[in-house]
Every structure is written in C-alpha cells, then in structure tokens.
Design a binder for this molecule. Structure first.
Ligand code: AMO
Length: 447
C-alpha cells in the first residue's frame, strides 16, 4: 500500500511532509504559480507549485526536476490519478479547508484522456453512459455512503432481533409475483425465470422455523416503462417474520427499521446532506399515520382529484395527493395505506376475517411515492389454495410453494421495499437512476 493520507485527515496533521493520492479536479496554470485541486474519496485539497518555466543550461538536477513538474502540471488532464508528496501548510487564507500542499514530487499514476466526455450540464442519460465519472462528484458519492449507512442501520435492527440473513436464488422455475413483468431465460434444455421478488423463499424460511429473515438483493421485473421509479433490476429490501397477529406487527417492524435507518443517516450525514442537497433531513416520528385505502381515495377525491380507475390501486397522482394531505394534516412524510382490496392484491395476502374483500396488507407511501408493499400472508393451506384458484392460478404450478404450508407453518408476514426509491425520496432526487449505482432499464444494459 502507498502511505497516502486521506484528504479529510490532513487538517489534523501538523505542517510537514505528506503524501496524497487522488484524481485531478481542476488545474489553474498561472505564469508564476500552479494550483491543482486533488480529490480523493474523502475530500479535496489544494496543491500548489511555484512554477519553474525554464532553467539555465547546466542547471542542477533539482532545478530540472522542478521544470519537469511544472511542465507535467501544465499538461495534466482533468481526471488523471496522481500521487503527490509535498509539504503540508495550514494557511487560513486558503479557501478550501484552510490548508495546502506544496508539491515536491508528482507522479501521474494514470493519465486521463484530455477531453472529459461529460460536464455539469450533461443530460442524465449521458451521465449514465459515463457513470464512473459521474460518481466522482461528491454529491453522487454521498448517495452511496448514505445507502451504506442506511442498510447498516437496518441490519443492526434485524440482527439485534435475532433475524437470519438469507440469500435466495434469483433463477426460478416459476413466477414469484405475477406472470406479467417476468424475464424468461434459457436454462439448458428448459426455461428459467428471473426472481421478481424473494417472496416465496422468504416465506419458506417461516416453514423452516427460522422465525424471522431478511434479505437485501436483486429483483427483476420485465417492466417496459420509462418512469422515474421503475427499473428492470432493482435492489429489494425484504423481511419476513413469524408469529404475527396481523399486518400491524409487520408495520411496527417497518417503522422501527425506517426510524433506525433515518436516525443513522441524519447522525452521520445530516450536515453533508444539508450542504450538498440543501435538505434538512429529519427522523420520522412513530407511529406513521395509517389510512385505509378506501378512505384515502375519498380524501384524494375530496381534494379534487378523481383516480381514473374505479376498483383499482392508487395511481401516482393519487399517491402524491394523499401524501400532501398527510403532510398537511399530520406533518408526516410517511403514510401506511392499509386494507387493500383482495381484487388488487396477490393470492398469498391474508384476507380480513369476516370480510374477504379486504386484505391484511399495506403500502408504505413516502413523500408521494409507494416505496413498499407488506402483508400478513395466508398460511392455511386450504384457504391459500382457494385464493390461488380465485385468482385464476393453477395450484399445480405452485406445488413447491404450497408444500411449504403442508407440514406446519406459523402465522407470518413481511414486506418488500425498493432501496433506490427510498433514497430518491429521501434526497429529493427526480429519478431512481440517480440513486441506483448502475441503473437497468428497457434500453440500458451498459455500463
Ligand atoms: P411489490 O411488487 O409491491 O411487492 O414490490 C415491493 C417494492 O419494490 C419496489 N419495486 C420496484 N422498484 C424499482 N423498479 C421496479 N420495477 C419495482 N417494482 C417494485 C417498490 C415496491 O414498493 N413480494 C412483495 C412484497 C411483500 O409483500 O413482501 C412485492 O414484491 O419500492
């Protein structure tokens, strides 16, 4: 390893020799002095070089070296990765961090092509073509630090509660959600399908007696749409717990996870989020408001927006409207819409005792967009088979799944949540393309 000091650690060092490594953000090549802004994963620092433009014939090796460094800086392409050794000097007149490094030696480790293919005003699509350069911006990188912190906090809650982390297969013999949006792949002599959700296998863990499980992993949907919230591959945060009384228990866990995740993000990144995104991120208070779907539709209608489809789900404008209402009425950014009609829910959702037209399920809406679906599952095999038939499904095709329920299984439930959507809404970004490391959509498989 080289002995570089991370830029963020320079401030704590006394004046003296240091080595820093990173990429060149800007070069200011003045006649008498040259400035280079070097950035690494932790911050940016100003490097300074008193320019040596020419040396006398027969000058000593040191003077020749100074000339070589000056010429190298003049020719230095933005983005090149360099290592610089020099003298650290604290100087409050330096705007960037109140310090600079006077270059003694500069090594161009890898030179960048001189023309940078993207600029600050490039389109999102263009930036995605050059995602590795786009991600060099501190704002972009911060998104993935926040994601790391958020997931770490969620894991903290799950592990504290004794849940087991699982990795379920993404190659499947059947659909995991519906036959719509299903990717089919050649699988030797047969067909396989890419998992749309770990749904069946996280439920299997309940039959396996695991008590509670979680998974953060890829999910695939052959969704041809180009909205700001849909990807063909996304990271799904899933959890499933046994011995629940109803979906209320799932929502309680969901709230706990969100509060822990937001608390960790605010604690660790609140100041940077304010600086780079202009957002004062707050930790949501518990309990999150809960509104039955039918009531939510009425509230939205009373606000003057009639959801076009009659028996259907909320549409995106309906989600925005109900969020606006919840913000006004409760000052909350989150709302659980509960009691979805069984007509618009999958066969595995448990229906209300005494009113099979409704399910023990919910969607979590955050700042106007659905981020999650959760439910109590039907664990009684006869009822489950009936519900599958009711949805026009062939129980024979579901045999492997139905078997989970034939050898005893506790009551259980869980949720699935799109990671990129949470981050998009948290950071008020316009698209999950911004909050996905490498986005996948109908026309994007590269890089
Ligand atoms: P659902 O299909 O509602 O439920 O998906 C759960 C959450 O996953 C995210 N999501 C997506 N994100 C990006 N692009 C997509 N194409 C996409 N599709 C879904 C959303 C959504 O709220 N098995 C159930 C969950 C459960 O009941 O546990 C399921 O998959 O944030």
């Amino acid at each position: 390893m080289n002995t570089r000091t991370l830029v963020k650690n320079l401030a704590a060092l006394p004046d003296g020799p240091v080595t820093v490594s990173g990429w060149v953000e800007t070069v200011r090549d003045q006649k008498k002095v040259q400035f280079v802004i070097l950035r690494d994963e932790s911050g940016a620092v100003q490097l300074v070089n008193p320019a040596t433009r020419e040396v006398e014939e027969g000058a000593d090796a040191e003077a020749s070296a100074r000339l070589a460094t000056t010429e190298a800086i003049s020719a230095l392409a933005h983005g090149s990765f360099i290592t610089v050794t020099g003298e650290l000097k604290h100087d409050e007149r330096v705007k960037l961090g109140g310090l600079e490094v006077k270059i003694a030696s500069l090594e161009i480790v890898t030179a960048a092509n001189p023309e940078t293919p993207i600029a600050a005003d490039s389109s999102l699509d263009k930036r995605m073509d050059w995602r590795f350069l786009d991600l060099r911006h501190p704002k972009q990188a911060l998104i993935f630090r926040i994601q790391t912190t958020f997931l770490h906090a969620l894991r903290g809650v799950w592990i504290e509660k004794g849940l087991i982390e699982i990795q379920t297969p993404k190659l499947m013999a059947s659909a995991s959600e519906s036959r719509a949006e299903l990717f089919e792949v050649e699988y030797f002599e047969n067909k396989a399908y890419l998992a749309q959700s770990p749904q069946f296998f996280k439920q299997m863990a309940q039959a396996a007696g695991f008590g509670g499980v979680f998974e953060v992993g890829p999910a695939f949907r052959a969704d041809p749409s180009f909205t700001s919230r849909h990807a063909t591959e996304f990271t799904s945060i899933d959890t499933e717990i046994s011995w629940i009384d109803s979906h209320e228990d799932v929502m309680a866990l969901h709230e706990e996870l969100m509060v822990a995740g937001f608390q960790a993000v605010v604690d660790k990144h609140g100041a940077e989020i304010a600086e780079l995104f202009g957002i004062e991120l707050a930790v949501p208070s518990r309990p999150f408001p809960r509104i039955p779907l039918a009531e939510a539709k009425q509230i939205v209608a009373d606000r003057g927006y009639v959801i076009p489809r009659t028996d259907d789900d909320m549409d995106p404008e309906g989600e925005r409207q109900i969020s606006a209402y919840v913000k006004e009425a409760f000052g909350h950014d989150f709302v659980f819409l509960v009691d979805y009609a069984s007509s618009i829910r999958p066969f595995y959702h448990m229906r209300h005792e005494g009113d099979p037209s409704l399910t023990n399920s919910y969607d979590l809406i955050y700042n106007g967009v659905e981020i999650s679906t959760g439910a109590q599952r039907e664990h009684r095999i006869d009822v489950l088979v009936e519900q599958a038939r009711d949805k026009g499904m062939d129980p024979e095709e579901l045999e492997f799944y139905l078997d989970f329920f034939r050898y005893g299984v506790p009551p259980h439930g869980g949720f699935g949540m799109g990671l990129a959507r949470v981050l998009m809404l948290m950071l008020e970004e316009h698209s999950i393309r911004e909050t996905t490391y490498l986005f996948r959509g109908p026309t994007r498989l590269l890089p």
